[in-house]
Design a protein around this ligand. Structure first.
Ligand code: SF4
Length: 138
C-alpha cells in the first residue's frame, strides 16, 4: 500500500531502484515486478550494503541463515529470482570507504561471518528457537 508507482513517470524508462538490503528477496522481487508492471523498460537494482549471508546475534532482528537469500544463491541467481535487469551490491571495501572507517573498526559479521564477539553455541541455538519455520508461519 505504501508504494504507488507513477506510470507516467516510469513508462518506457530505464529505472535504477536503490534499497538498503535484500534479506529474503521476496519484497525486492515484488517491487521490481511493480515497476515493470508500471511500464519500466529496465529495472536495475542497486543495494547499499554487501550481501547479507549471516544472521545477527547482537540485537538486529533478522531472519536465520536458512532464510537469507544471499547465503545460498549467487548475485546472478538472486537477480534472476527478483526478476531485475541487473543487480549490484556495495562491496565490503566500498562500505568501508563510504563511512570513512577501516573495516576492522566496525562489525561486519552479517556480511562476512566473522563475529567480533564469539557467539556461544547456546545463543546460536536459542535465538530462533521460538520462531516458527517460515513455511509454518505462512
Ligand atoms: S553489522 Fe554486526 S551488529 Fe550490525 S546487523 Fe550485522 S551482525 Fe548485527
Amino acid at each position: 500500500m505504501k508504494l504507488m508507482p507513477i506510470k507516467e513517470a516510469l513508462a518506457g524508462k530505464r529505472v535504477v531502484m536503490v534499497d538498503d538490503s535484500i534479506v529474503r528477496g521476496t519484497t525486492t522481487g515484488q517491487i521490481v515486478k511493480m515497476l515493470f508492471d508500471a511500464g519500466a523498460a529496465d529495472v536495475h537494482v542497486r543495494i547499499t550494503a554487501p550481501p547479507i549471508t549471516h544472521p545477527c546475534f547482537y540485537g538486529i532482528d533478522m531472519a536465520d541463515q536458512s532464510q537469507l537469500v544471499a547465503a545460498h544463491l549467487s548475485v546472478e541467481q538472486i537477480r534472476t529470482l527478483i526478476g531485475a535487469t541487473s543487480l549490484g551490491y556495495l562491496s565490503i571495501d566500498g562500505l568501508s570507504r563510504a563511512v570513512g572507517l577501516n573495516r576492522d573498526q566496525f562489525c561486519l559479521a552479517c556480511f562476512d561471518g566473522k563475529y567480533p564477539i564469539p557467539i556461544p553455541n547456546q545463543v546460536k541455538m536459542s535465538k530462533f528457537a521460538l520462531e516458527l519455520p517460515l513455511a509454518e508461519a505462512r
